[in-house]
Structures are given as structure tokens and as C-alpha cells.
Design a protein around this ligand. Structure first.
Ligand code: SAM
Length: 230
């Protein structure tokens, strides 16, 4: 998968995107992750990317024009199969990001991610969005953390990224449930014991216990996830 991020702060991406799972996915050629400085598509001496909002109000807004020009370049070329990249804008007014959306996006060949800053972006730029995504009901300073979060969540769904493909299938939300409790060594720590069933070696019993625990935990912590299916 290829991901192109449009941002005025490209330098914030590299430390995270070259570490651990994302770094390995890039080294193996599974993820082609590129950042682009929006200022490269400005034409004035100061590389201006923002201006005051019409009608007044606090703060600055990102200009639509450099975004249009950047997307003219980044969106332009179809792949061999004729498909174009999917362009995502990050905004608190977008579709809430969840595991289902991560699974949908992990099927795409190329994503272009546009990161807002300041008080947001001139509304006209959104005419170039295929999808607007919100990380949640709170306001971040910029879309960069949203771009990294979405990249991270869908990278672990790409074939060959996780050591064990079953790990993603088993995780919270993939099954519709929160994940069951997990333990590692030692079997007893400060009086806290690992449940006997996990030490039993009985795989059928372990699978049953995990299913029950996942259900109980979801009912207790996130009953909204159960909906009408349970
Ligand atoms: N004035 C905007 C509003 O009230 O909706 C908020 C602008 S925010 C300070 C600047 C940028 O951060 C946004 O353009 C967006 O790219 C990003 N951002 C902030 N909160 C976000 C969220 N919850 N999800 C996704 N992106 C967010």
C-alpha cells in the first residue's frame, strides 16, 4: 500500500513511521509511506499556507489553493488497474474512525491524507475529499496525529506485517468484542495468579474461557458494541 501525507509539518512523521511495525513494513516494501510539504505548492516568498477567515472570527484558515495544486499532482495518475488514490481529509466533522473503517481502508491501493492545521481548512478544499475522518469527539491541533493513527491501525492489517496473522483477527473490535485478558510470565506475581485454565494446556477450554471473558468484558465496559447480535 502507498500512503502520501500532505502536511505543513512533514518532520513530525519520520520518527514514528520509521520505528517498530511501521518501520518494518516500509523496509519490507509492504508500506510505501511518503510525506509532502504543502509549502512546496505555494508561490509567494513566505510560502504562505493560511489566511484570515472571511466573515471574521478567531485564528487562521488553511488556503484551499495550495491543497488543490498539491492534489492535482498527487491524485493525478491512475494505477495499472485504472483506479485512483482515495483522498482523506482529517477533520472533527468527519466519519468517526473505527476498526471497520481501518479494514476498509486496508483494502485500498493508495491513500492520500490531508492534514489540517490552524482553525481548519477553507471549505472549498473538501470538494477534493473522497472521505473525511474524525479520530473522535475532541479537537487536536493538527491532522498529523490522525494521519499517523490511521496509518498505524491499517498497517497492522496489511498481509505480512504482523508476525502472526491471527493476532489481528483476534484483537479488540475485529471480533465485535473487546479482547479477553492476557497474561505472560511469571505465573504468580505479588499474589496475583494467572487463571489456572491458561496453564492447563487444554486448548478447547482456553478458547472457551477467552470467549466468555471477551463477552463479559464487552458487556461490562462497552455494551454499545454488542448491539442486537448477542
Ligand atoms: N475549527 C475546527 C473545528 O472546530 O472543527 C478544528 C480545527 S483543528 C484545531 C485543526 C486541524 O486538526 C483540523 O483541520 C484537522 O485536520 C485536525 N483535527 C483536529 N481534531 C481532529 C479530530 N478529532 N479528528 C481528525 N482530525 C482532527
Amino acid at each position: 500500500m502507498r500512503i502520501d501525507v500532505l502536511t505543513i509539518f512533514p518532520e513530525v512523521f519520520e520518527p514514528y513511521a520509521s520505528t517498530s511495525m511501521l518501520g518494518r513494513a516500509r523496509e519490507r516494501g509492504i508500506l510505501d509511506f511518503r510525506t509532502h510539504n504543502l509549502r512546496e505548492w505555494t508561490h509567494d516568498r513566505h510560502h504562505t499556507t493560511d489566511d484570515e477567515p472571511y466573515g471574521g472570527g478567531a485564528g487562521q484558515l488553511m488556503l484551499a489553493e495550495p491543497i488543490f495544486e498539491a492534489l492535482d499532482d498527487l491524485q493525478g495518475v491512475p494505477a495499472m488497474d485504472g483506479t485512483f488514490a482515495t483522498t482523506i481529509f482529517f477533520t472533527p466533522t468527519g466519519r468517526p474512525f473505527d476498526q471497520r473503517l481501518a479494514e476498509e481502508l486496508a483494502q485500498q491501493r493508495q491513500l492520500i491524507m490531508v492534514c489540517g492545521r490552524y482553525e481548519g481548512i477553507d471549505e472549498r478544499a473538501y470538494s477534493r475529499a473522497d472521505l473525511c475522518i474524525s479520530l473522535g469527539d475532541y479537537v487536536l491541533t493538527g491532522g498529523e496525529l490522525a494521519a499517523l493513527t490511521v496509518t498505524d491501525a491499517l498497517c497492522r492489517l496489511l498481509p505480512g506485517v504482523l508476525g502472526n496473522a491471527a493476532s489481528a483477527a483476534d484483537e479488540s473490535f475485529s471480533t465485535g468484542l473487546l479482547e479477553y485478558p492476557q497474561y505472560t510470565r511469571p505465573a504468580e506475581l505479588r499474589g496475583l495468579k494467572v487463571p489456572d485454565v491458561l496453564l492447563s494446556g487444554n486448548h478447547a477450554e482456553i478458547a472457551k474461557w477467552r470467549r466468555e471473558q471477551a463477552l463479559e468484558r464487552t458487556q461490562r465496559l462497552r455494551p454499545d458494541l454488542l448491539g442486537e447480535n448477542f
